[in-house]
Design a protein around this ligand. Structure first.
Ligand code: SF4
Length: 456
């Protein structure tokens, strides 16, 4: 209970921070406008969603076969495929690759999986220098922060915040414009791209039939991370698999439309191995690390397997009324928002159960999801599991039992009068947080008043 209370009180502090809310709502409103326009380009958006959902349903139901097909075809392409049961194993595999080529500097394109396994922290600790090359990721890395949003890492910062940050860290002119700041970052990163020994990317899709890794991005930093360094490491979750290259024309546009409102993202690449003997450019070696980290456990869940269909488009975060108020950092997890609240307790255990309760069950997330994940239903199932497994404190569990008993029958609720109910509520004066007061309960319930009035 204390844990629940602390977390919710912390949430309410952030929710009442007007500046934070202004920046967040401004940035999400830009997204909303772009996505509304983007959706109009589809003649039948619902059909596209149904198709993508169908493909992912089949993939998740047959994950092992799809992954074996991918592995076989990737190896035939000259890609080294490694399997990691958890973050520790994944980091160790990556370190071995770094040691094998005596690498020190790595350039990284945006990857939430690398956040999940805390790759930067682990590599820095071991003496390596990982450099984020996505502009948003670069900003949060310079600020010493974590990504705020799964698609838009620096969503919580205004252009003024970034100008101030860069002025402090790099002595760029005060009040620089976004164009000036971008030019500055480009100059910094060009040198890193050409000097790094290793490029690390995530993957948007693992394409089974061609044994390739598909990447979609807007800045070209992903392609540069692959093209210049001698080794390309891909770190990816096993659920990113899709059956065929023929699925990409369906997946790429839907991901970008729901993610950013674009018809299609600027750069879409398919990497099918290291440089061939007849090719002048590209990495000498390509390694794909396939991370499980409890995904197979989620795949076995009767309903929760659906969460593995996620494309990480970020649409459910932007639609969520809770996310819009408390923002990304309150979740204190790699994956925030509705999808984060669904999968984090499954991946990291019941201490993250409270996330499933930070939800109004309005269903906005389910409505926007391009792969039709019933997010609000899964959140309810998480709540049920939490209650069934008695993860709350003794006081919380007993309180819930009493609540259940009282609300089961009107008769039970009417056993005590309004004065006693008000007295009980006084024992928990901040039950709705310290900014809201519970209204006084009437002396008689509605049904009692009805009977009294009828008789008088
Ligand atoms: S759950 Fe759906 S809406 Fe949310 S990030 Fe994943 S694909 Fe996008």
């Amino acid at each position: 209970m204390t844990e629940f209370k602390n977390i919710f009180l912390q949430d309410s502090k952030i929710a009442y921070n007007q500046q934070h809310r202004r920046t967040l709502n401004f940035n999400i409103s830009k997204y909303d406008e772009a996505v509304a326009k983007g959706k109009l380009r589809y003649t039948n958006l619902e059909l596209a969603k149904q198709r993508v959902s169908y493909v992912k349903d089949k993939v998740v139901a047959d994950l092992a076969t799809q992954l074996e097909t991918f592995e076989k075809n990737a190896r035939n392409n000259g890609i080294e495929v490694l399997w990691a049961r958890n973050g520790t194993e994944a980091v160790e595999e990556i370190k071995k690759v770094l040691q094998s080529v005596n690498a020190h500097v790595l350039v990284k394109s945006k990857s939430m999986i690398s956040e999940e396994i805390e790759l930067n922290e682990n590599l820095e600790h071991a003496g390596y220098q990982p450099v984020e090359t996505d502009l948003g990721e670069f900003i949060v890395q310079v600020a010493g922060e974590k990504p705020y949003h799964i698609l838009t890492p620096a969503m919580h910062k205004s252009k003024e915040d970034v100008a101030e940050l860069f002025h402090k860290k790099f002595n760029t002119p005060e009040h620089s414009t976004p164009e000036e700041l971008t030019r500055f970052v480009r100059g910094v990163l060009r040198k890193k791209f050409t000097s790094a020994e290793i490029g690390v990317t995530g993957s948007n899709f693992l394409v089974a039939d061609v044994g390739g890794v598909a990447l979609t991005e807007n800045e070209g930093n992903g392609m540069m991370s692959v093209s210049f360094p001698k080794v390309h490491i891909v770190i990816t979750g096993i659920e990113k698999i899709i059956p065929s290259i023929n699925d990409l024309p369906l997946f790429f546009p839907l991901l970008s439309t729901l993610g950013t409102g674009q018809q299609v993202t600027v750069y879409n690449s398919l990497f099918t191995g290291p440089k061939r003997s007849n090719e002048a450019n590209g990495p000498d070696k390509m390694v794909v690390v396939l991370l499980d980290n409890n995904r197979t456990k989620i795949a076995e869940g009767k309903e929760h397997f659906k969460a593995l269909k996620c494309l990480r488009c970020g649409a459910c975060l932007n639609a969520c009324p809770i996310y819009k108020n408390v923002g990304g950092y309150t979740y204190n997890t790699t994956y925030s928002g509705p999808v984060g609240s669904v999968i984090t307790p499954l991946m990291k255990g019941f201490k993250f159960d409270h996330l499933s309760f930070a939800c109004t069950i309005c269903g906005a997330c389910t409505q926007v999801c391009p792969v039709k994940i019933p997010l609000h239903d899964l959140l309810l199932l998480n709540r049920k599991a939490s209650v069934d497994q008695k993860h709350g404190s003794l006081g919380w569990n007993m309180g819930m039992k009493a609540y259940q008993w009282a609300f089961k029958k009107r008769k039970n609720l009417d056993i005590v009068n309004g004065s006693l109910k008000n007295g009980l509520l006084k024992l928990q004066p901040d039950i709705l947080g310290n900014r809201k007061k519970f209204p006084r309960v009437a002396q008689n319930s509605f049904s009692k008043q009805w009977i009294i009035n009828k008789m008088s």
